[in-house]
Design a protein around this ligand. Structure first.
Ligand code: COA
Length: 387
């Protein structure tokens, strides 16, 4: 039985900060960002946008096409949780009017949890073909102002419908994984922003890739040459290029510049202008490959490398299905990107410092133009509205 991604759609916020604006504010050469880390813009969430509203926006386009009453589970991957106890998935379940006969849970391990949710959903469907699972990966990447991470912020959510006979990607069995207890990136409970040892995290990412690849290769027998397109976790697009070079070296493969470009570049276009979206970024990269590839991808094998600081990594693969082009939501992705509004640095700071959500009651100013927004906090309860 084939199991995998039947539909995929991503959402981001209505606003962005250009790295040109950022560079001139900080008096830094813009090429450090456009060339050095390979980023042009970062999506910025206003205070009335969070992972629940981003996820709702991403999932709505899927639920417009399938009967929401048939969804049997929501696996919500995020490291930007909105509550220490109640899962973001439960808020989403309410906003989208999903059926009561449904399981909902939030999964966390830095940027890795989206891949974990996808693998778990696949296993659930394999054990019961009736399962139709909504997998969400949603995050808001936020670092301290004036820290080295500030240029690598962003936000986004990906929704995937995982079922049997998938129309986009059939996941292949066997994967390679790797875990090591390291402190390259972390966010203690009392902090809104992440702490990161940036250079170290890059090193651990690449080391984890080598280990996960070796395991993948041993488990599946698949080689570098068996893979047509490579999707990597993309905190910034230059990281994916470093990863691909590392894998080429590790596998002693011969790859021309044109092949390198073909294997990697389609999967980076959205990430270059959305910024980091932690758990969602690998799958926004996959949307980018699907939407921008010039060749027909049917029967092509795509690999996925997920890396979550701290750290857990996994390398797995899937095969693109014959009907994929007829179910892509490219127009919706591109429309959202085009409709984003540019922020000045001062406007970005205004959103950044936002509203104090630790108050017992507050009403949030209306900036989020999407179908779902966080409207208020009442007696410490988050009040979302759909419109
Ligand atoms: N023109 C072109 N390239 C330039 C440049 C310029 N004017 N100025 C600098 N660069 C290059 C540097 O050579 C470097 O390239 P390299 O990585 O290939 O050596 C790159 O731009 C970044 O410059 P650097 O001085 O290392 O930047 P930084 O100290 O600000 O740190 C990150 C960059 C990515 C480590 C930092 O933004 C960060 O910590 N981000 C968050 C953590 C993260 O995303 N980790 C990834 C693993 S999950």
């Amino acid at each position: 039985m084939k199991v995998g991604i039947d539909l995929i759609h991503f959402a981001t916020s209505d606003y962005f900060l250009g790295l040109d604006t950022f560079a001139s504010q900080k008096n830094i050469d813009v090429e450090k960002f456009t060339i050095g880390i390979g980023q042009e813009k970062m999506s910025i969430a206003p205070p009335d946008e969070d992972v629940v509203t981003l996820a709702a926006k991403a999932a709505k386009a899927i639920l417009d096409q399938v009967d929401p009453q048939k969804i049997t589970a929501v696996l919500f991957a995020t490291e930007s949780g909105v509550d220490q106890s109640k899962s973001a998935g439960a808020f989403l379940h309410g906003l989208l009017n999903l059926p009561k006969r449904c399981r909902v849970i939030e999964l966390k391990h830095a940027c890795y949890a989206g891949a974990a949710a996808l693998q778990m959903a696949t296993a659930l469907v394999k054990s019961n073909v009736k399962e139709k699972i909504l997998v969400i990966a949603a995050d808001i990447a936020k670092y301290d102002v004036d820290s080295s991470g500030e240029a690598t912020q962003g936000c986004g959510a990906v929704a995937m419908l995982v079922k049997d006979s998938p129309r986009i990607l059939a996941l292949e069995s066997g994967s390679g994984y790797y875990t090591d207890d390291v402190m390259d990136f972390w966010r203690p409970n009392h902090r809104e922003t992440a702490l990161v040892d940036g250079k170290y995290s890059t090193m651990v990412y690449l080391n984890s890739l080598k280990h996960a690849w070796t395991h993948f290769n041993e488990e599946t027998g698949r080689t570098f040459q068996d893979i047509d397109y490579f999707c990597y976790h993309i905190p910034f697009t230059k990281m994916a290029e470093k990863a691909h070079k590392t894998l080429i070296k590790k596998t002693k493969s011969e790859v021309s510049d044109a092949q390198f470009e073909e294997q990697l570049s389609y999967g980076q276009s959205y990430n270059r202008i959305v910024g980091n979206s932690y758990s969602a970024s690998l799958f926004i990269g996959f949307c980018s490959l699907l939407d921008f590839a010039k060749q027909n991808l049917v029967n092509k094998r795509v690999s996925f490398f997920s890396y979550g600081s701290g750290c857990v990594a996994e390398f797995f693969s899937g095969v693109i299905q014959p009907e994929y082009q007829s179910v892509l939501m490219t127009a919706s992705h591109q429309q959202q990107i085009l409709q984003r509004q540019a922020l000045s640095y001062a406007e970005y700071l205004n959103f950044y410092h936002g509203s104090d959500l630790s108050q017992e009651n507050c009403i949030l100013p209306e900036h989020n133009r999407g179908s779902f927004r966080l409207a208020a906090i009442e007696e410490h309860k988050r009040i979302y509205i759909a419109r």
